[in-house]
Design a binder for this molecule. Structure first.
Ligand SMILES: *Cc1c(COP(=O)(O)O)cnc(C)c1O
Length: 384
């Protein structure tokens, strides 16, 4: 089965991890700050805080922004559940903004309408989480303008989008947001096995997140509330977690970062190949907003007027050895959310997306033969 995504691990990566294994620090050593600096430098952000997953990064980002009971967080329904769950971890409530049918990202028009209504109701969100689906940046300048008008904070869920660019600047520089979050799960663009990072330009948010990742504890005298008792002294200032990433993972991350631009370039080659090869099929191919340069984490096609059902095409592709997937089941349809009364009534574009979308294999190591096999299988499945 050709998977939809797969990591690329080289001897250089292996050597970097093995070197840490025989060093003095397996965790809380020099590799974590070095990895943070590598990502911050790449993105052009002032600060970066590495953690053990993007889920942890979303949680601590929400906490650092003061999200809590009585607050609302809004995100896209077409995302991984973690983009919404982070609000619930903080005791806040979550709501969903329908997608733009072209980009499949949160629709700026729907967001603007929903904000207008919420302003009248007194239920404006405290935090909005735009998700750069498939690696394509959201329309951040427009979302930023709305945040200034309505006073919400912005966390970019860039789990798919390290290496992407918006208006010719790297995603993660937080020009249009408070915090940007990346994931380093093996299917994502670069990997640390499990891992995540939050970037920000606000030194106070960076300090808070660094504390929250490690029990809310600080050893920095300037953050302490009392005089030191002695050289052993540290203070717990907030209620934090153990969200730390290890030095082993951070070494792998640094090694992977060296190849980030090559990875994204190769993903664009694969996308161009699909684009040419699939042009005559009854499919909508991924539309690209002219302001963005996608990281192409995913290549999502949508069925158009085919004879068989979405599910039948999907099953045929799997039978033909193509590990297609669906990113994502709309979050409000998950039983946990449905049980609390969420549904798709106000999300017609997300519902349509769920009835049509198929993620084709997309990763840098995808070979010519695998691409040919995927295109042939798709052709056969659509003709069936
Ligand atoms: C993968 C993913 C996450 C969670 O990432 P982890 O590192 O696995 O916690 C969050 N949001 C989106 C959009 C993702 O794709």
């Amino acid at each position: 089965m050709i998977p939809y995504g797969r990591q690329d691990i080289t001897q250089t990566d292996i050597d970097a991890v093995v070197a840490v294994l025989t060093s003095d620090f397996l965790t809380q050593g020099p590799q974590v700050p070095a990895f943070e600096q590598a990502v911050a430098r790449y993105c052009g952000a002032a600060h970066a805080v590495a953690v053990n997953s993007a889920t942890s990064a979303l949680h601590m980002a929400c906490m650092a922004l003061g999200l809590g009971p009585g607050d609302w967080l809004w995100t896209s329904p077409i995302t991984f559940v973690a983009s919404a769950n982070c609000a619930l971890y903080c005791g806040a409530r979550v709501d969903f903004v329908d997608i733009d049918p072209r980009t499949c990202n949160m629709s700026v028009a729907r967001l603007a309408e929903k904000l207008e209504v919420a302003e009248r109701d007194g239920s404006l969100p405290k935090v909005v989480v735009p998700v750069h689906l498939a690696g394509q940046p959201c329309e951040m300048a427009d979302i930023r303008a709305l945040s200034q008008r309505y006073g919400f904070r912005i966390i970019e869920d860039a789990s798919h989008a390290i290496g992407a660019r918006y208006r010719n600047e790297p995603v993660g520089n937080c020009r249009y947001s408070d915090i940007t979050v990346f994931s380093f799960h093996p299917v994502k663009i670069v990997t640390t096995a499990e891992g995540g990072m939050a970037t920000t330009n606000d030194p106070e948010l960076a300090r808070r997140m660094a504390r929250l990742r490690s029990h809310g504890i600080t050893r920095e005298p300037e953050q302490m509330t009392r005089e030191t008792d002695g050289p052993w002294y540290y203070e717990q200032i907030d209620l934090g977690y153990n969200y730390r990433i290890t030095d082993l993972q951070a070494a792998l991350g640094q090694s992977q970062m060296q190849r980030l631009d090559d990875y994204v370039a190769r993903r664009h080659e694969v996308a161009r190949w699909y684009h040419d090869e699939l042009a005559d099929l009854p499919l909508a191919l991924p539309w690209q907003h002219p302001d963005g340069y996608s990281a192409y984490h995913l290549y999502v096609v949508r069925l158009r007027g085919q004879r068989g059902s979405h599910r039948a095409v999907f099953e045929d592709l799997r039978r033909l050895g193509i590990g297609v997937n669906l990113h994502y089941i709309p979050v409000p349809l998950q039983p946990y959310y449905a049980r609390q009364g969420y549904g798709m009534c106000e999300l017609p574009e997300a519902a349509r997306y769920y009835a049509e979308a198929i993620s084709l294999p997309m990763f840098p190591g995808l070979g010519a033969a695998q691409l040919q096999q995927t295109a042939a299988a798709l052709r056969a499945a659509l003709a069936a």
